[in-house]
Design a protein around this ligand. Structure first.
Ligand SMILES: [Fe+2]
Length: 500
């Protein structure tokens, strides 16, 4: 009897194991493409004139240092940036000469204008899965704060058009920059138009920050689309982007191609091991960029880096940028490793804002604090005084995206405000003791959210000025799709809970 019972248990256990293995195989099969499928890259030929020019930051000095990257041809040739400083009236001292000697044979190219200087670029050939191209980076250092420069790039006798950028005065208290989460535009998409409209509405924008997945996939065609999207923005204001999962080639261990760093060239000098981390100080703001798509042991290295950087920072405003939201809006079990790695450090070191992407919706979350005695006059953007008496404190965690895809989200009760069915971007402005964080619907240009952080002495408070701006949760479910139907039900339940 005992033997029969043992035999039955053994058979039963074997049956359970079999079921488990089959279920695991089915699950792996359903996730196979998500984990391992990399789209093919079509064969390509690089342009034989300088193209895909990108202005960006160079190192931690975001006021005086810039990098310029570009591509040209398949072999490395002598290359440089010609830089001309404009006078106080924004004009040239002298004339530009289009006959600049870009020929490498002389090895002594002559500047084409009075007061112009040549900055040598380093070149490197990158061989991708379906082609190769030469990439160049010029590192412009110790430029004059508050001045405007005109520049063009030159490779092997081929030169670009002239472009222009401006450096801010070092101690100017005001900063304005635009943040876009994932852009990852489809070929022929509308990101170019959205960017032009966003910059048109915010002409004081000093630089653009992208929250990863700027490029849909690491292929030459999508890189071309990225530069179509950035257009003149990438020529005239620094573009700072971080890594997202779409920037990586999928595999058991994900791989980032070298061309990512050759294009977003500040990473060439800032990487810690294989981690794409970077920090830049721009007036009173310091940004800390993380590489959240990496495996656990890489994130551990980044944790130590972030802690060191935050401890050493004297910036008034500290902003962390990473791709994966630390408080996922898609599921409570998502991104837990990233949260365990970074969140305690972010909170302990007085980070003000955490800019995130990846989950293709809008969300923002504040932290509750004890009632404050702080009661002060706020100088708002339109100079209207208002009284502050808030129980919220930083960090503000925010998610946005500007891509063609919207994802189905959950409605975590910790999050104050959501948006879905549109594209969103944020403006960050600092004015003295106040940081203004506003979110805009990129499709129709309407204000979607607004928060202030006010610092006075040791007291820091968050004001929710966006709570009366209605939440828009737009979604048309496919009635045959169970996940769509469930998401539509979640939206209804959320609206009931919030009395929307
Ligand atoms: Fe992503």
């Amino acid at each position: 009897m005992k033997l029969a019972k043992l035999t039955f248990l053994s058979e039963y256990s074997r049956y359970l194991w079999g079921l488990l293995i089959v279920a695991l195989c089915c699950w792996c099969a359903s996730r196979w493409n998500v984990w391992f499928d990399n789209p093919e890259e079509d064969a390509y030929e690089p342009s034989d004139v300088p193209t895909r020019i990108l202005l960006t930051f160079g190192d931690e000095d975001g006021v005086r240092n810039r990098n310029i990257s570009w591509t040209c041809g398949k072999v490395v040739k002598e290359s440089f940036v010609e830089l001309v400083e404009l006078n106080d009236n924004g004009n040239l001292n002298g004339n530009l000469n289009d006959n600049l000697n870009c020929q490498p044979s002389a090895l002594s190219p002559q500047p084409s204008a009075l007061n112009s200087q040549l900055s040598t670029a380093t070149g490197e050939v990158f061989v991708s899965r379906s082609g190769k191209a030469a990439y160049y980076v010029a590192r412009l250092r110790d430029l004059k704060a508050g001045h405007t420069y005109r520049y063009r790039v030159c490779t092997g006798g081929k030169k670009s058009e002239w472009h222009e950028f401006h450096l801010p005065p070092s101690h100017e208290p005001e900063t304005s920059f635009l943040y876009m989460g994932d852009i990852q535009d489809s070929i022929g998409g509308i990101a170019n138009q959205l960017l032009r409209e966003a910059f048109g509405r915010n002409p004081d924008t000093e630089f653009l920050v992208c929250g990863g997945d700027l490029t849909e996939r690491p292929t030459d065609a999508y890189w071309g689309e990225t530069f179509e999207s950035l257009d003149s923005v990438g020529l005239s204001v620094p573009v700072l982007t971080i890594t997202g999962n779409h920037d990586y080639l999928k595999g058991v261990v994900c791989q980032l191609e070298r061309r990512f760093s050759l294009i977003h060239s500040y990473f060439l000098d800032s990487m810690v091991g294989e981690n794409q981390v970077f920090t830049v100080r721009y007036k009173h703001v310091q940004l800390f960029c993380l590489d959240s798509n990496r495996e656990f042991f890489y994130l551990w290295t980044q944790r130590r880096w972030l802690e060191e950087q935050l401890e050493g920072s004297r910036a008034k405003w500290k902003i962390v940028v990473l791709h994966h939201p630390l408080y996922s809006i898609r599921g409570s079990m998502n991104n837990l490793i990233q949260r365990w790695m970074f969140d305690d450090i972010i909170r302990e070191h007085g980070v003000d804002v955490v800019l995130q992407g990846h989950e293709h919706a809008y969300a923002r979350m504040t932290t509750s604090s004890q009632p404050s005695t702080l009661n002060t006059q706020l100088s708002t953007l339109n100079s209207q005084p208002s009284t502050l008496n808030s129980q919220l404190s930083p960090p503000i965690y925010t998610v946005s995206h500007c891509s063609p895809k919207s994802y189905r989200i959950g409605f975590d009760e910790r999050v104050d405000k959501f948006g879905t069915g549109s594209r969103y971007y944020q403006m960050v402005r600092t004015r003295g003791d106040t940081l203004f964080l506003t979110a805009w619907d990129a499709n129709d240009g309407t204000l979607y959210d607004s928060l202030y952080i006010v610092k006075q002495g040791a007291d820091t408070q968050v004001v929710d000025a966006g709570r009366d701006i209605p939440e828009r949760l737009t979604f048309t479910p496919d009635p045959h799709n169970k996940k769509d139907v469930a998401f539509a039900e979640r939206i209804k339940a959320y609206k009931r809970r919030k009395h929307l």
